[in-house]
Design a protein around this ligand. Sequence first.
Ligand code: 13P
Length: 252
Amino acid sequence: MRKFLIANWKMYYGPVKAGAWIRAFRRERLPKDADIAVAVPHVSLAAARASLGRATIPALAAQDVHWEKEGAFTGEVSPTMLQEFGVSVCIVGHSERRHIMNETDEMVGKKAVALQKAGIIPVICVGETDAQRKKGQTKKVIKDQLIAAITDLAADGKAPAVIAYEPVWAIGSGKPCRPQDAREVHDYIRELVSKTWGPRYRDETRIIYGGSVNERNIGEYMTTTGIDGVLVGGASLDPRIFALICRTAAPA
Ligand code: 13P
């Protein structure tokens, strides 16, 4: 399975720094046998693309989207707008949006469907909080979030969804989830995918891990069965570090 490696800058880097990041990243040696994407703030997409020129690696990704094509939704951006711009990947349901912006499972599901219709790969984030894990609710939370997000998705659409397991307590905390613990959740996600879309998709769906991934621990995740890539926040802000993570994940 080709590894899926995605940088999420979150709310960092306006156009000037975005352009510089892309140019620096392009100077790095990058693996060919992996899908590499960078999720940049909407306002920096144009600068990122200008710096990319004709290069297709990294793919341009957005961090969020609205589910409608157009309309009176002040401040929002639609899947067709992203498609017109050449964005091929978009994160949905990031825990920061769920918890800070009150995004619901239903909204995440609508976004994923709308993206796929526009030919954009949705990267659907799911994950439990520390309190939920301690109460033994991890599976329930993952199930609720995942089923709401994938039930109306086409399993074999032209833009097959990627699922990102991002335990909230591991995000930006410097306390990554142990690979074997992540694997357990990934296995559970596979089971749910198989029940929802059919057994074929158990192994065909890419399930990636996110939460305090860096250049030192990437190797452990990539040698763990069932982890098909990573979603990297803080460590992706330095293009050389993210390139190193990519090379470790999928040797050039
Ligand atoms: P960190 O890598 O900074 O923990 O962030 C993970 C994340 O939220 C990526 O989407």
